[in-house]
Design a protein around this ligand. Sequence first.
Ligand code: NAD
Length: 250
Amino acid sequence: MATGRNHRPATRSRGIPEATVARLPLYLRALTSLSERSVPTVSSEELAAAAGVNSAKLRKDFSYLGSYGTRGVGYDVEYLVYQISRELGLTQDWPVVIVGMGNLGAALANYGGFASRGFRIAALIDADASLAGKLIAGLPVRHAEELEEIVDDNQVSIGVITTPAGAAQEVCDRLVGAGVTSILNFAPTVLTVPDGVDVRKVDLSIELQILAFHEQRKAGEEFDDTVTAPPKRQPTSTGPDGDLPAVMPA
Ligand SMILES: NC(=O)c1ccc[n+]([C@@H]2O[C@H](COP(=O)([O-])OP(=O)(O)OC[C@H]3O[C@@H](n4cnc5c(N)ncnc54)[C@H](O)[C@@H]3O)[C@@H](O)[C@H]2O)c1
């Protein structure tokens, strides 16, 4: 199987909007589940419901892929799985390194879902010499001194950072210097990278804060239902959009 190093997915060159790219994994997950149940075709409405997306948006997204389905029949599940996988670059092997083998790094290494989606964990790396050689998910932890050599030997283009925030930029610089062009950052810090390097940040606490915001609004709506007068706006607690707080609590 070809490795993904030095390969750019077709999505950019063909101008598929980022929002559509972000929904492709949702469609793929729903389609994979249908495929596992040997469902041959699916309507846009069924697939949209399974992916948690509006069906008009789904049809528009698929039109970027050149996939229009057949009226009265729907979309061919296997073909769409192939088409979306190809678009996302998942028909290739993507060697990945995880740097920082503490609680989170070990949990990610033990997650079986990466390999089945084409992400092969090439190495687990940590700066703590006492961890060197320890087996995690069947792989020996390698010392951080070897980072550049590991990236080069394995043609790694994707690096996952699960170090403390204070070490993340230095780890990022070394990964990029060694040839990594995509970083998935779990450390709570903003990374600076040169042009041509993509960074995605995962922060569960931000997701929780957004949920807390919606919970707060739901509670507010319940309260408003109990009063007869129309709810008054509170200009001091709202932002420029009127109904959103100006500042999210940190
Ligand atoms: N994004 C999220 O939702 C989320 C959730 C949990 C934790 N985190 C973050 O993930 C990171 C890891 O959390 P954890 O609980 O696994 O921490 P941890 O302390 O258990 O593990 C961190 C590991 O990084 C290693 N390390 C430190 N400096 C290094 C370097 N320069 N090179 C290589 N390895 C190095 C340490 O030796 C340690 O093994 C933290 O930054 C934490 O804030 C993020």
